[in-house]
Design a protein around this ligand. Structure first.
Ligand code: C5P
Length: 294
């Protein structure tokens, strides 16, 4: 407890796009896409507690500047009318920043969940309506787990977990701006027609049955050539993941983080991650999460 009330805690998992199929730009400027999104145990830690003042504040050591989580708190207050005391949201970063793993979006999703709890409305159904307005990855991360995403990210279909697999996460020293990567994808002409998106969504839904093995033949990221074009060092990380024995190696989202996927228990993977940490600082092993705990 602090002077004004309890400290509420949540985790904000990073994600990997096991598949990302890119479509055309919509009227709202966002790209249509189909994606199989898996939350990972590599997660930020987020707490919410009364600040002692009247205003909300976000503390995120190491990440200066405006924070999407502050927008999430403001959006929840505006939508719910909650006028509880000023809150301090503290984010301890573990997920690489500006790296394609959805860390900032997941922090915003956690901020929504925590605000609803602080307001005495855990699981408030308004959260789902607020998430898309904060960012296109926020809806998928509002309820961490495995999901099939469509629209521009706002349509989320939760799925039961696949058979166990492990992820080798290889962060990059570089950062990529998401809009830049989508622009580069347009320049390279990577978008697929709507009927192809529908076909791939159906194939993913059919393959991603509860307990099914990773559908390796469907795992690909259409943004990968754009991310590699802007950040050629990604190729080293893709090669390193494959040399470590990954059954599939992908850029996550808009990159530049690379994730190697290993079906089953993948013995020795921690040692492989440690051996790669010199070349890829922060290299680590992460597991899929089904549902985040409070
Ligand atoms: O939604 P979010 O703020 O994460 O998106 C950042 C930018 O990435 C958008 O402004 C847009 O340029 C691009 N984007 C896109 N289509 C999507 C998601 C993101 O074009 N589905």
């Amino acid at each position: 407890m602090t002077a004004g009330g309890p400290v509420l805690r949540d985790t904000a998992p990073g994600k990997v796009n096991l598949c990302l199929v890119l479509g055309d730009t919509r009227a709202d400027g966002l790209h249509a896409l189909v994606s199989l999104v898996q939350s990972l145990t590599l997660a930020d830690e987020v707490t919410l507690e009364p600040s002692g003042g009247s205003r909300d504040e976000v503390v995120c050591p190491g990440v200066p500047g405006p924070n999407l989580a502050a927008d999430a708190l403001a959006a929840y207050r505006a939508a719910s009318g909650w006028d509880g005391p000023g809150q301090r949201l503290t984010i301890t970063k573990r997920v690489p920043v500006a790296a394609g793993m959805g860390g900032g979006s997941s922090d915003a999703a956690a901020a929504l969940r925590l605000a609803a709890r602080a307001a005495g409305q855990p699981g408030d159904p308004r959260l789902a309506a607020l998430a898309p307005g904060l960012g296109s990855d926020v809806p998928a991360l509002l309820t961490p787990g495995l999901c099939l995403v469509s629209g521009a990210g706002e349509e989320v279909r939760p799925l039961a977990p696949l058979a166990s697999f492990r992820a080798l996460v290889l962060p990059s020293r570089a950062r990529l701006s998401t809009p830049d990567v989508f622009r580069e994808a347009d320049r390279l002409g990577l978008a697929r027609p709507p009927e192809e998106l529908a076909r791939r969504a159906a194939a993913l839904a059919a393959a991603a049955q509860p307990g099914a093995p990773l559908p390796l033949w469907l795992l690909a990221n259409d943004l990968e050539p754009a991310a590699r074009s802007l950040c050629p060092s990604i190729d080293d990380a893709l090669a390193a993941a494959r040399e470590a024995g990954a059954a599939a190696a992908l850029v996550s989202g808009s990159g530049p983080t690379v994730v190697g996927l290993f079906p089953g228990a993948a013995p020795g993977l921690e040692a492989a991650a440690s051996a790669l940490a010199g070349r890829f600082p922060g290299a680590c092993v992460a597991d899929p999460v089904a549902v985040s705990g409070p």
